[in-house]
Structures are given as structure tokens and as C-alpha cells.
Design a binder for this molecule. Sequence first.
Ligand code: PLP
Ligand code: ZN
Length: 413
Amino acid sequence: MIPEAILGLRCCQCDWEGPSVPFTYTCPDCSDNLDFIYDYDRINAFCTPLSLNKDHDASLWRYLPLLPVMKAPENRSLRVGGTPLVDFPRIAQNNGISRLQIKDDTRNPSGSLKDRASELAIQHAKELGHDKIIAASTGNAGSSLAALTAYHNIQSIILAPATAPPAKLTQILQYGAQLVPVNANYDSAFDLAIELSKRHNVYCRNTGVNPILAEGKKTVALEIAEQNHWKVPDHIFIPVGDGCIISSVYKGFFDLLSLNWIDTMPALHAVQAEGSAAIVNSLSNEHDIQAVSANTLADSISVDQPRDGTKARRAVIESDGQGFLVSDSNILTAQKLLSEATGIFAEPAAAAAYAGFLQASATGLFKGDDHVVLLVTGSGLKDTANAQKLLRSIEPVAATLADLETFLDSFQD
Ligand SMILES: *Cc1c(COP(=O)(O)O)cnc(C)c1O
Ligand SMILES: [Zn+2]
């Protein structure tokens, strides 16, 4: 069975188009990534902003008519998606813009935006009759898959670099997934997971190479539009590693434009760490994407060969966005400043979006009436070791009032 509004799959690189059943992960002709194509008139016939208004499901499943699966799972109250979009007038004012909002995707069940993709992939895998899912991960895709496969009662195998942040590896084990720490980087784990998935016919949740994941992640764009009553922001800052999140955000707004529910595409800005800059490099040099040897403390965006590079480039170019490169020290500073200004603790990769925003602001990118959204993709509790680098360590105090007063005085300057 095929969801009624689905027309098929289309390659993002060559002009291959084909059916979505039987399911193919990548293009049979050029092996680049695929997009789901929809019959937008069909969707508009049974789903509109008005009908959504009456839907009380706050999870991403409220957008089922815009998703390529047959149905929503029965249990969805753990709630993936439906994350807050929070206004920060003080940050807006300090940067001379009219509005600054943070889409706080740390507030997903496993603490990152990856839950949106895992949630949809699990439903898709079940509909295809699979009982096991494999993924390679720098940490978050794996901890997300582990959490949600526990919730939806299906098995998962997760390959992650043994050097991933301990909290992320702990999450994977804690949720009962089969963790395979590999003595190699993310890129090698990625290729291994695909081989195993093919050889043993296990459903594969590797970023980029499965178009379902982009459909799950695009719900963050649908929410940003709906939470702003279908008036989209001018700019969105997105941390980029493999490029799947930014291309999914593009796909979400692309769908909404095609449905005529919104009338402009926000500028989608790609923020990468200087040490992991394959996509942003390709934007400024206008060459194809060339692999780098990644080196950044922002592990979630540390990628040699981006697995969704073609679509990510398209997202930035078609939306009139720009690429921004930030250093690791910019990221750590931004991480601290963001927490102090907002009460939101972002992991380094997520804080990169704020570092990119500050850089854009300093270079005069914005106009006075601009409305900007920052995508905060993952929680800082997943990687406290990096954040601690900027914190001063504090000696314990004896439990007397005098010691306490002396202690507090020492903090006045
Ligand atoms: C995965 C991830 C990213 C980067 O997403 P890509 O699709 O690889 O570009 C950014 N931030 C966090 C927290 C992530 O987990
Ligand atoms: Zn192709």
C-alpha cells in the first residue's frame, strides 16, 4: 500500500524518477539521494491549515497527511516534535533585528532533533515488515534510535565511533539497543552499517541515504511555519554536518510553498565548524563537494564526507542562504553565551547555529525588520566535557555562615 498523496521518489542529482514501493534507499542510476514527491492538490483536498488547527495532537504526527507512511503509531504520547519556539526579544534588540526565536529541539525524548527522523523511520520499517533497524551514528542518531525503538518495541543495532561523547554512548546502552562501538571514525561506521543492512536485509537509518529521514526532519520546518501562523521567518540558522537537517528544512518549506500555505522561502544558512567544512567550502568555491579530514569538538557536525551534500547545497542556494564557518572557540563561547541569555543548554554542534548568527549579525547581514530563527538541534547534557572547558571550578566551602559570606564576597568584582 502507498499513502494516497505520494507520487513516488525523485533523484536530487540526475533525472531518475520512480515508485516508492518497492522501497529504494538511493538512486538506482547515480546512487545520490532521493526525495519523496507528493500530489499537493490531493493533500489540499483533505488537509489544510484550518483542519490542522482543530487537531490536538501536538506531536509530529499531526502532519501525517504530509508524510510518506500509511498511518501514525498508536502510541505517540512520548511526543516526538511539537517542541517550543521561544522568543528572545533581548537577543533581537542586541542584534538590531525585530524578532529572534529559538526552535528548541533539545526538548525531544532523547534530547535531539534526530528523534523526528527515528520516529518516522520506525513506523516505515514496521510498515515494510522489518523487525530490526541499523544505524551508524556520531551519537545522536543512535541515541535517538535507541530511545524510540525501546518505546515502539523493535530492535536496533547502532554503530558509533568508540570516541563518541560518553553520555551519548551511555544513552544507547541505557535504552537497551545493541551498541557496537567501532575503532574507526563515523565515515567508516557509516559504510559498514550500509553493507550489513544490505547483506542481512535490515532496515537502515543512516542519515541522508534514506529519504524517509528527511521527511521526518522536515516536520521541524512545518512546526516553525505553523507556530508563526504560516508567516515564515526571513532567516534560519542551521548547524550542518552531513547536510540532512538543512535539506530537510528546505523540503518542509518547499512542501508548504507547493501547497500554497506559505508564500516565501526563508534564507537557510548553513553553519559548519571550520574543521569540518566540506559543504560550506563547496558553496564558496563553486566546486563539487570534496571530503575533508574532519577535526572539531562539535562531534555531531564532525564529518569527512557529507552524506547529503547535494541536497544541502541545493537548500542553501535555492533559498538564497549563505555558508558560515565558525571556529571551535567561537562555538564554545557561543554555547556559554546562549545558555546565559536563554536558559537553553545546547550541545556544541547546536551552539554553532548561534555562533553563525552572531557572525552574520557582526557582518551586517540583517535588516532592522528581520525575523530570525535559530535551530537548536541537541542538548548540552549530552556532552558536558566541552562546556566545562569554560567554567571555573569551585572549591567547596565549609558549612558556616561566615565561610559562605566570604565565599560569596569573593565572587563580587
Ligand atoms: C546530526 C546533528 C547535526 C547535523 O545534522 P546533519 O544532518 O548531519 O547536517 C547538528 N546538530 C546536532 C545536535 C545533530 O545531532
Ligand atoms: Zn540519480
